[in-house]
Ligand binder design. Structure first.
Ligand code: IFM
Length: 453
């Protein structure tokens, strides 16, 4: 079987990366609004203050989505836009924005697929300890309730968190992202636990309060490991590497299983517990019952993978990148097989449908003299990856959708506007949009349900 009939083709973006309007209409500060003010924190001191000005341009943007034939749009909600202090007082204008936005998508036959949290954490809550505070899971549940009350008569698909590994690791571990902390393992383990508890309480809130019957999941980044060939021992090595929580002898939490085993299997993986159990709260086993609320699918943000073989000692061994191999604008490796092996390994372990929630590349795009944006690398990249994703479907792996990252060029976190990921080009000085060649190509993929790949 190729892509199934109900397969969902879409694109994605996140609130802080595109909305702008950082201090308008009653919005509260997020940790990112704060972080970008620190000189040197972001490439050339860029900020998301205006970004794509999508808060004001959303109708034009939805028109372009329609022109590209998108079936669904994965967007995120800015928590401090609707709850300026993170909890308590609701900002009606912020809520109106997401209400109107949802209506506009539906009017254009585009299925709204919101993510509740994509990194713009309310600054007020950060001053109360943020994710380190055990109450953070109740704060997130309160915010979830507000959004479910507002949208669940029209929205029936939700993601709770985007790439928890990244906002925990980059934001609290190495300080590259907001809020810029460099914490040690004990605190990091606490944060992850609170983040997972937040996910669980959020899923519960969505299920118990939605007007439409909801489908819910999380969108982690799952580092993918690809066997160097189809020999069973190398496939085993890649699978072992994908779910390992070891970095040499030490525990590392930048992994798939430390986040997804609790969510999908109701337990932390043994190889991580050996070191990290001492950092978990006493109640952690009880908490796992909340964390493992049933989910309907697994989102997977999937850009590239590492090649692995079985080493002589029976442990997975990473192979060295080839000299001069293709790299994206970000210098990420081009590894189409990650869209086959990632979903395959995830599906085998968790037995849940997979949705690719992000995949794409940054490129050095600009508007040519003919007024168009020619981005053959993006077309070729996506074509290669989607063929591998289709291979997964052909082998019976249950895949439900694909969301290209990103719908439009946007604020790429610590790298500001240096990296362009969009299917739509944005001129940030004029806010002019131009659908790139890849956007038109993607339209033909959608129209043929991937048959033209
Ligand atoms: O732009 C980010 C996105 O916010 C999270 N996933 C990776 C993308 C590209 O770096």
């Amino acid at each position: 079987m190729s892509f199934k009939k109900e397969f969902l083709w879409g694109a994605a973006a996140a609130s802080y990366q595109i909305e702008g309007a950082w201090n308008q209409d009653g919005k509260g500060m997020s940790v990112w609004d704060h972080f970008v003010q620190k000189p040197g924190a972001v490439y050339q001191n860029h900020t998301g203050n205006t970004a794509c000005n999508h808060y004001f341009n959303y109708k034009e943007d939805i028109k372009l989505m329609k022109e590209m034939g998108l079936q669904s749009y994965r967007f995120s909600i800015s928590w401090p836009r609707v709850l300026p202090n993170g909890i308590g007082n609701v900002n009606q204008k912020g809520l109106d924005f997401y209400n109107n936005f949802t209506d506009e998508l539906l009017k254009n036959d585009i299925i709204p697929f919101p993510t509740l949290f994509h990194w713009d954490y309310p600054y007020e809550l950060y001053t109360k300890g943020g994710w380190l505070n055990r109450d953070s899971s109740d704060w997130f549940a309160e915010y979830t309730q507000v959004m479910v009350d507002a949208l669940s008569d029209r929205v029936d698909r939700w993601f709770t968190l985007n790439e928890p590994q990244c906002f925990v690791g980059l934001g609290h571990g190495n300080g590259e992202h907001a809020p810029g902390l460099k914490l040690q393992k004990r605190d990091m383990t606490t944060i992850i636990h609170n983040v997972l508890l937040s996910h669980g309480k959020s899923v519960k809130t969505i299920r118990e309060n939605s007007k439409l019957t909801p489908r819910v999941g999380m969108a982690p980044v799952c580092p993918v490991f690809i066997p160097i060939n189809d020999e069973p021992k190398n496939i085993k090595a890649a699978r072992d590497a994908m779910f390992s929580n070891k970095n040499g002898e030490n525990f590392t939490a930048w992994t798939t299983s430390w986040f997804m085993d609790p969510v999908c299997l109701g337990k932390y993986p043994e190889d991580g517990l050996l070191e990290a159990e001492q950092y978990l709260p006493e109640s952690y086993k009880e908490d796992l019952k909340i964390i493992s609320q049933p989910v309907d699918f697994i989102g997977n943000n999937n850009y590239h993978g590492n090649f692995v073989q079985m080493g002589r000692d029976g442990e997975p061994e990473l192979t060295k990148p080839e000299e001069g191999e293709p790299l994206t604008g970000f210098n990420w490796r081009v590894t189409p097989g990650s869209l086959y092996w990632g979903p395959k390994f995830l599906y085998e372990r968790y037995k849940l449908p997979i949705i690719i929630t992000e995949n794409g590349l940054s490129n050095k795009d600009w508007v040519s003299l003919d007024g168009k944006v020619h981005d053959p690398q993006r077309i070729d990249f996506t074509h290669r990856y989607l063929k591998e994703y289709r291979r997964a479907a052909e082998e019976g792996i249950d895949i439900e959708g694909y969301f290209h990252w990103s719908i439009m060029d946007n604020f790429e976190w610590a790298l500001g506007y240096r990296e362009r990921f969009g299917l739509i080009h944005v001129d940030f000085s004029t806010q002019k949009r131009t659908i790139k060649d890849s956007g038109y190509w993607y339209k033909t993929v959608i129209q043929s349900n991937g048959e033209n790949l």
